[in-house]
Design a protein around this ligand. Structure first.
Ligand SMILES: [Cu+2]
Length: 195
């Protein structure tokens, strides 16, 4: 009977630690599509995420880039020495190039960026923002999770519906999850022996 209770305790500890690690160690990856429908746009142009998350830009049409700015709607590169800027990417609906912006060290607050190709920013208002929330704060205006979007080869239009369940990419994210499960198990065992 005592063994049974210990087993249940161990299981609960395992669940707790795993949930904790998933929430705070693995950041989410958010997808922003660039040039959707041949327009000079970032989609979505405004969303909430948490500290530790990453944003992946998928260039689906036209030629664009991603340049960080210091204020919203300005077409001038940020003065920060670590300001983010991507190369100019040529969009493709069937095999879109992607650029990832690691915001794992971004402070809580708003991050602004724009496209500096031709007059996309001043004329077509090709600028956008990300609202970075503290870890654990649920986003009120969540973006599109990269894992929710079907792979480009299986989608028929350039505008992929965010609600499409899509295929999960079996790659580094799954390895990360298994690492977390192993970590959770180790921590649970430590907890088990401490009791
Ligand atoms: Cu552009």
């Amino acid at each position: 009977m005592i063994k049974m209770i210990k087993m249940i305790k161990l299981f609960l500890l395992f669940i707790t630690f795993t949930a904790f690690l998933i929430t705070f160690v693995i950041g989410e990856t958010w997808l922003v599509q660039v040039g959707v429908g041949g327009n000079n746009v970032f989609v979505p142009a405004n969303f909430d995420m948490n500290v530790g998350d990453t944003v992946t830009y998928q260039f689906v049409e036209g030629t664009h880039d991603v340049i960080q700015s210091d204020t919203y709607g300005t077409c001038v590169k940020s003065a920060s020495p670590n300001a983010f800027s991507s190369a100019k990417e040529i969009g493709s609906a069937s095999a879109p190039p992607t650029v990832s912006w690691d915001l794992s060290k971004a402070p809580v607050g708003q991050i602004y960026y724009y496209c500096d190709v031709e007059d996309h920013c001043p004329v077509d208002k090709m600028y956008a923002m990300i609202n970075v929330l503290p870890a654990g704060t649920p986003p009120k205006n969540p973006g599109v999770k990269a894992s929710q979007v079907a792979s480009p080869s299986s989608s028929t239009s350039a505008t992929t519906s965010p609600s499409t369940p899509g295929k999960k990419s079996i790659s580094s994210s799954d390895k990360q999850v298994s690492a977390v499960v192993v970590g959770g198990a180790i921590l649970s065992l430590i907890g088990y022996f401490l009791y």
